[in-house]
Every structure is written in C-alpha cells, then in structure tokens.
Design a protein around this ligand. Structure first.
Ligand SMILES: Nc1ncnc2c1ncn2[C@@H]1O[C@H](COP(=O)(O)OP(=O)(O)OP(=O)(O)O)[C@@H](O)[C@H]1O
Ligand SMILES: [Mg+2]
Length: 236
C-alpha cells in the first residue's frame, strides 16, 4: 500500500508548465530523496503536494484520500508537513513562537513542545530568543521542529543542507534518522547526490519538470544518475 501516490501531476505558474506528468509514490516509512539540477521542479513538486502550488487534475492521493485541491492547512491536518526551501521563519517571533506556528493546523494531535526540545535540546536553551539570532543550522532545526510539531505521517524537507557546514549537516541528518525511526515517511530534496544516495531508500531524479530516473538508492549506476541529472547523453 502507498502512503502517497502521485499520478501524472502537471503544475503551472501562469502559462509556464513546471511539472509534466510526474508519477511518484511513497510507502509508509520509506525515505525518498529527490535530486536534480536547479530549476528541475523539485520545490514545485513538494509545494504541489503541500497545497502551495495547484496541480491540474485529481492526481494526488494520501492515505487513500484524494488531496488535490485542498488548502495547505487542510493538508497539514491530514499529516503532511513541509520544511520549505530557505526555512521561512518568522523573523519577529521567538524560537518557541515559531515552533508553535506549526501546531495551529493540528491542535488535537500536535506534539508537545517538550518532545521538540528532546529532539533538539539546543533549541530549549534559546526558546525565548528571536529566531533570527540563531545560527543557520539552528534555524534549520527550528524549521524542522515547526514541521514536526504538527505530528506528520509524511515530512518533506527542501534543501536542508544548503549553505550549512558539513558538521551541521551531519547533525541534521542524525536528527532525521531519529524521525525515520519513529516511522515518519520522509521525502527530502537534496542537492548533494552522495548524501541523498547514502540516506534514502529510493531516489527520484527530476530534469526539466519530468522524472528522468528512479530506483533504489543502492542500485542506481553513477553514470545513469549523471545522465538523468544533467541530461548529458553518455555523461560519466
Ligand atoms: N513562483 C514562480 N513563478 C514562476 N516560475 C517559477 C516559480 N517558482 C519556480 N518557477 C519556475 O519553475 C521551474 C521549477 O522551479 P523549482 O523551484 O521547482 O525548481 P527546483 O528544482 O526546486 O530548483 P532549485 O534547485 O534551484 O531549488 C523553474 O523553471 C523555475 O524558474
Ligand atoms: Mg528548489
């Protein structure tokens, strides 16, 4: 059984078509990485699932219910949370206020803050500070915590490691490992192909709005990944 099924998803910005007939699925508990060059449509895909970009047709099913066309808060309440590209924290709010913003669409089942602070102990120490006073890695942890507080079945993360030092990236992926151990299904968009292949069960490569390659992370050939990523015939 699939937790998420996407069938022939097309997405547009005005007249510009950003996604073409994308087929995608995730089983419960799977970790999926999406890789692809700049502009390939990775963020558009996550935003279409999260209800921030409207796809055409009835193409997205989550936990056996059609979710295409729902508002983003309705999608959060069904168990899908997004850590957006660039984190999008509220600069005038404290760390704790930012975290609590994630709970509003799912007040019934929201994680208690204590759970978030167990997962990210350093955030507890800075709970009353402005979110923007934190380091980039800590801000990313706030963005992940804000998504987790809604108690998602599916957590989608867009470019978590962008601009962060390798040690910080390591810590963030350690945290994601504990999240996956709780049974949360993960979709991560990751520019670092090596990181993506090491962490994920399965990988989708996007190229110019289409899925150019998909397979189990351990079974993809590097030359096929290069070709699917860059679109170069025969690239090694
Ligand atoms: N708000 C928007 N309005 C118009 N076009 C957009 C908008 N957002 C994205 N696009 C276009 O849609 C296409 C896919 O963009 P998207 O941001 O999904 O790619 P991406 O794979 O996430 O890229 P990156 O690796 O740079 O984050 C690109 O051609 C981009 O220019
Ligand atoms: Mg993007």
């Amino acid at each position: 059984m699939n937790l998420l099924s996407v069938s022939k998803l097309n997405a547009y910005y005005g007249d510009f078509q950003a996604l073409f007939d994308v087929d995608f699925h995730a089983h419960p508990g799977e970790v999926i990485a999406i890789i692809g060059a700049n502009g390939a449509g990775k963020s558009t895909f996550l935003n279409a699932i999260a209800g921030n970009v409207t796809g055409r047709g009835n193409s997205i099913t989550f936990a056996e219910e059609a979710i295409s066309g729902l508002r983003s808060w309705q999608i959060v309440s069904r168990g899908i949370a997004l850590v957006p590209e660039g984190r999008r924290l509220f600069s005038s709010l404290t760390v704790e206020e930012n975290l609590l913003m994630g709970a509003y669409a799912n007040t019934k089942d929201a994680w208690p803050l204590t759970h978030i602070y167990e997962t990210f102990p350093q955030l507890k120490l800075k709970a009353k500070q402005s979110a923007l006073s934190l380091s980039g890695g800590e801000q990313q942890m706030v963005a992940i915590g804000r998504a987790l507080i809604s108690n998602p079945l599916l957590l989608m993360c867009d470019e978590l490691s962008l601009g962060l030092a390798p040690m910080v990236v390591h810590d963030i992926y350690e945290t994601l490992t504990t999240v996956r151990e709780r049974g949360v299904t993960l979709i991560i968009v990751e520019q670092n192909v090596r990181q993506a292949l090491a962490f994920a069960d399965r990988v989708y490569c996007f190229q110019e709005g289409r899925v150019s390659l998909t397979g189990r992370a351990g079974e993809l050939k590097p030359e096929d990944v290069s070709r699917a990523y860059f679109g170069l015939a025969g690239a090694a």
